[in-house]
Design a protein around this ligand. Sequence first.
Ligand code: GDP
Ligand code: IMO
Ligand code: MG
Length: 423
Amino acid sequence: MKVDVVIGLQWGDEGKGKIVDVLTPKYSVVARFQGGPNAGHTMEFDGKKFVLHTIPSGIFRDGTTNLIGNGVVVDPAILMGEVEKLNAAGVPTKGRILLSKKAHLILPTHRMLDAAQEAAKGGAKIGSTLKGIGPAYTDKIGRAGLRVGDVLHPDFEKKYDALKQKHLALLKQLSYPLNVEEEEQEEKKWKQSIDRLRAEFTIVDSEYEVNSLLKKGNILAEGAQGSMLDVDFGSYPFVTSSNTVCAGACTGLGVAPCKIGEVIGIFKAYCTRVGSGPFPTELHDEVGEEMRRQGCEFGSTTGRPRRCGWLDLVALKYSIMVSGATQLFMMKADVMDGFDSIKVAVGYKINGAATDRYPYEVDMPVEPIYREFKGWKQPISGSRTEKDLPQELMNYVKFIEEQTGVPVKFISVGPDREETVSR
Ligand code: GDP
Ligand code: IMO
Ligand code: MG
């Protein structure tokens, strides 16, 4: 049996949540392997909409085990908030979510450190979601972090206090305006959530669990963020703090590379980015505004407007190369329904020289070289098979396949679970 991996190939928010929900019936287990509550994964079905941050997107399908892997950073307060929302909507969670002992905990002071460190960066800020992701992974790599498994040990409070004191000293150095009353409130809620974590979750040695589940059925690994936000391969330092590429599934779950099956790369028919950092094909004009309007491009986690621009094949090919995507899923094609023409970047001009490589330097002025396609100028949300789709759209899809060498197996034509065309 294999682990198939869903990853974002752009700067996040490609529509991974929808795809994981659509694919879940084919799998017995859905597992998150990296990131944390910086993620916002949206699912729509039966006129309802849900956004998940930590819980895997397989939770809406009966009979699926959902696992939060060791590579994830978990904020117990946010996790419990998700549980409450799901339960209120009639979606059971008890006994359906396995949580890795080796996943790291996000403390309330990690969130404060995130805010303090961003503020200290001034104009060079990353545009973090401020969920404490960077500081939590810093403690993990610095071998100072608290892990989920620690909550089961009698010295947990002592360990928590020691780490909190270290954070408070750092916050003082950064002149963080600590509000003691607020801090106490946050801590109280966090500790209550830790108690619920012990009582309501199945805390497991997830690498053993994953490998034993893998003997019985295929697993779907759900990535968060996107390849261009990867801490090694993204537009550093404007990235997140985890490996968002396919390799992250191996280290974030404890599965061997030879166990990886399909690598499903998700991309939008255009591009978006939320937060700072280079975005070569970004549009600052009415066309970009129209993409934001039609695509409802506002962050699922923070509500921030997303920056919008044309599809960037230089970045897409780079992401495909690093993760070895075996199939592509194109999302939000319907957002382009009203466009007269559609552009796609096939190369960059840097200092007057053409290149098809994504540059190392993030502050380099990059001029995209575009290829233009005729728009289809008709609504496609009702399409369910390839023959329902306009020729102009298929020309665009075929060009992407030619350029990347990877088949586009799936075209999404709306946010709902049903609004899909499988090829
Ligand atoms: P994720 O983080 O990759 O799961 O993506 P998000 O949930 O942050 O953002 C994707 C947004 O696009 C959500 O609001 C989805 O409901 C929506 N969406 C997904 N697929 C489609 C599609 O094909 N068409 C349209 N119009 N919206 C889509
Ligand atoms: P999903 O899983 C889009 C971006 C932030 C910021 C940078 C670092 O929904 O696709 P962090 O909070 O990790 O310190 O932020 O990464 N970012 C995302 N952008 N989608 C996400 O997740 C993101 N998670 C983080 O905006 O630029
Ligand atoms: Mg998202």
